[in-house]
Design a protein around this ligand. Structure first.
Ligand SMILES: [Zn+2]
Length: 309
């Protein structure tokens, strides 16, 4: 073999190995680190909820507002390049004479070309429900959860009923392209709490920074004592918890700027919770299968019902 050919092949080989290593690192690798720590104490959450008297929610409704489509490996590292649906949901906790909205999806303009479906009807029902709601909150400050709030036509009237946290408002760049209009948050008092707080009978917020600084989980205990944990995007889909695997590093590092270790800790805690308390319905941010199953079991009701006015 001529010397030059040997050199060319050598360089090509090095590039191939380096490329392969980079591909593995950024697209496939998702080993649970050994030093994760996240404390999820379900006893603490239940005690906090039990200490707040009042009627708890009677049922939970869900609206499927829109869908994205992601390659599987973006959702669960190593799962390949086939397309997976990423539905965007809004939830309504229904009390005897009021309601709470969890997550406000996004409008069609915010989603743009990234959306593969959008329901004008569902979005209109969510908007109307937000206007009527006693409380509106979001699991985190990303545009597909806070976006519907930022562009709501009656935002000034709704804002006093929102419970946005200090962390969710501290990093407005995390919400882009969603953003609150200039000055509209002047004088707004964001919610500040440590670890766990109860914001209404049967509803607790649990701090879970990592996916974003303002990420939190929402624990809901209904009047019949059935329990739900809306985990936002700690996991996009239940498979993240089951397989204990994260999104691809390409997504967590460059797109989301996640605290990857923190999210791993939360995945481990949720895995342990699911084993210890299988009756709690853990609801990931974008899992159509889990939501469909809960609807089928009668634990979630499809579509927001609105008070006649
Ligand atoms: Zn999301």
């Amino acid at each position: 073999m001529p010397k030059w050919l040997r050199a060319v092949l050598g360089v090509a080989g090095v590039l191939l190995v380096a490329g392969g290593a980079a591909y593995y690192w950024f697209v496939v690798e998702s080993t649970m680190p050994s030093d994760v720590e996240y404390v999820f104490d379900i006893g603490e959450v239940r005690r906090a909820v039990a200490a707040v008297p009042g009627d708890k929610p009677q049922r939970i409704e869900v609206e499927h507002i829109a869908s994205f489509s992601f390659p599987a490996t973006a959702i669960v590292a190593g799962d390949g390049w086939s397309s997976r649906e990423m539905p965007v949901f809004s939830y309504r906790l229904v009390y005897p004479d009021s309601a709470i909205i969890i997550d406000t999806a996004l409008d069609k303009a915010l989603g743009g070309d990234n959306l593969v479906s959008f329901s004008e009807e569902a979005y209109a029902r969510m908007n109307a429900a937000m206007s009527q709601a006693a409380l509106v909150m979001v699991t985190h400050e990303h545009m597909d959860h806070i976006g519907g709030l930022t562009v709501h036509p009656e935002l000034p009237a709704i804002l006093p009923n929102t419970r946005l946290t200090v962390e969710q408002l501290a990093h407005p760049e995390r919400s882009e392209p969603a953003r609150f209009a200039d000055g509209i948050l002047d004088g707004y008092q964001p919610l500040s709490y440590d670890r766990v707080t109860v914001i209404a009978p049967g509803v607790a917020l649990i701090k879970a920074p990592g996916h974003s600084p303002g990420s939190q989980m929402v624990y809901v205990q209904l009047q019949d004592y059935s329990e739900f944990l809306f985990i936002g995007d700690v996991a996009w889909q239940y498979r993240n918890i089951q397989a204990q695997r994260q999104r691809a590093r390409l997504v967590t590092q460059f797109l989301l700027k996640e605290d990857r270790n923190a999210v791993f800790g939360q995945l481990a805690a949720l895995h342990a919770l699911a084993a210890a308390e299988p009756e709690i319905a853990i609801v990931p941010g974008h899992d159509g299968e889990i939501v469909g199953q809960l609807v089928e079991e009668g634990k979630l009701t499809e579509g927001f019902t609105l008070a006649a006015d």
